[in-house]
Design a protein around this ligand. Structure first.
Ligand SMILES: [Zn+2]
Length: 344
């Protein structure tokens, strides 16, 4: 407790140039650090305290470039933090939303998000304003942390209420696919549109900011997925999605992911109520769902670990690739050529 108080006071003292919310974030990160052991299982990965320590550090060092703010509160009352990343010397010609870790066990996405924030802080891209949420499903992530510390191997996808946030959005919740009657398990959806505080926080942010482009970072698969996820038809902007997906693909060095419309992942598959359809269908945002990595399985034994299936032993190469494709998309948005034009 005394340690937490001391670190919090120190954090406050070291960021004179930060905004009030920036200072609140410094305090939050310092308290999280004091409450959490630095040594933990899966030490190649950032636990929540490590995430906030990294991000609070760059926000303290570059308060004009990295501006933390709260986008909402989780079902279990945890703050959901975001960073606004800008080059303050240049007016923004476009806006980009990057968010990660909608699925509890998918941690590579957070590694990508943090790496991109660090990269941007070191070398800001002029002309783009980015909102970055390192973890949207903060409660699900916290439960996975507890599992890892206790040596438990639990499959977790949803939030604290066990709702899959990836099926909790408002657009394309119904499917007319004839396969629905045959394979109902492929067509699951949450109890009601925007039923969870985490998805409502994301929607409120998207509604207020009307981002030109967005990326939801998941694992695993190796695709740049575009809308529609819940309908077989091509969207009106299919060609532009292909162009932007191609830009990200070309920015990668090793085994580049391919762009694809998500509903065409498999003939009988439809992703209902998904975040990319919601952002595109509600706000005209060029929204992608990126399946980072091609799974973490390297040995037969890995198949028995829920964490490992999603998260390779070393997230480093995947984080570096993530920086490349996110930088490519952000640079294109900064050109002003990518403009959300309202609901299609
Ligand atoms: Zn996922």
């Amino acid at each position: 407790m005394l340690l937490a108080l001391l670190t919090a006071t120190l954090a406050q003292a070291t960021c004179g140039a930060c905004s009030a919310e920036g200072r609140a974030y410094q305090v939050y990160a310092a308290e999280a650090r004091a409450a959490s052991a630095e040594d933990h299982p899966e030490n190649a990965y950032l636990f929540a305290a490590d995430v906030h320590e990294e991000l609070a550090t760059i926000s303290g060092e570059r308060p004009g470039v990295v501006r933390p703010f709260r986008v909402g509160t989780s079902g279990a009352d945890r703050p959901i933090w975001a960073l606004r990343l800008v080059d303050p010397a240049v007016p923004a010609r476009g806006t980009l939303l990057v968010f990660a870790n909608i699925h509890a066990l998918e941690w590579v996405p957070t590694e990508v998000a943090v790496a991109f924030a660090l990269d941007f802080a070191a070398a800001p891209i002029p002309g783009v304003e980015i909102v970055l949420i390192p973890s949207l499903n903060v409660d699900g992530r916290a439960l996975v942390e507890e599992d890892l510390r206790a040596g438990r191997n639990v499959y977790r996808r949803g939030n604290a209420a066990r709702v899959d946030l990836n099926r909790d959005f408002a657009v394309n919740r119904e499917s007319r696919a004839i396969w629905k009657a045959l394979i109902p398990g492929r067509y699951v959806v949450s109890p009601a549109p925007l039923s969870q505080p985490e998805s409502r926080a994301l929607d409120a942010l998207a509604d207020a900011e009307r981002f030109d482009a967005a990326v939801s970072l998941h694992a695993f698969g190796g695709f740049f997925y575009s809308p529609w996820a819940g309908r077989w038809e091509r969207p009106a902007d299919h060609a532009e999605f292909g162009r932007l997906g191609g830009l990200m693909q070309n920015a990668m060095v090793n085994h580049p992911y391919r762009p694809r419309q998500l509903s065409r992942w498999g003939f009988v598959f439809r992703g209902l109520g998904m975040e990319l359809d919601h952002l595109y269908g509600s706000y005209g945002t060029y929204a992608f769902l990126v399946e980072t990595t091609r799974s973490g399985v390297e040995t037969l034994a890995d198949l028995g670990s829920n964490f490992r299936i999603y998260n390779p032993r070393d997230p480093g190469p995947h984080a570096r690739e993530g920086v490349r494709y996110l930088r490519a998309l952000a640079t294109e948005v900064a050109s002003g050529r990518v403009q959300a034009r309202g609901a299609p």
